[in-house]
Ligand binder design. Sequence first.
Ligand SMILES: [Zn+2]
Length: 155
Amino acid sequence: MADSKQIENSFERSVFTEFFTKIEIDNKNVRVRCKLCPPATKQTYSCALNSTANLKKHLQSVHPAAHDKLPTLKRSVTSSNGLPEAVAKKQKTLTSWTSNSVALLSQQHVNDLIMNFVIGDMQAFSVVESPEFIKLVTGLQPGKTVMTRKTLTSR
Ligand SMILES: [Zn+2]
């Protein structure tokens, strides 16, 4: 399942792999062995894949020094706004896509797109004179203009 795979990866990427060896993944839980405890203890711990609170608690009570190191090791398992990393990344991609792409089209490209829209969608040529359409184009591509109906029909 893609979902649990993603959750599994979030453990794999977490700082806790520094201190715990993964033994097995069982459904939505991960069973781990603490690397810091003497091997003789053979004690294993399980925690929910999406919540490493148990492991954190173990470090805090048994290995406070390691627990103190956690913040510096933090590889941003969750983003600052609290969203799972995957979601945050997707949002970031979307945001940067939008901001980077603004005004990247040439006037020629804009013209082509309008032409394509009018011809392909069998719009009336007068659509380029519609204030709402002009607003749409200039809103998406600041600084660009909508070609006039005359230019359009002369093509
Ligand atoms: Zn331990």
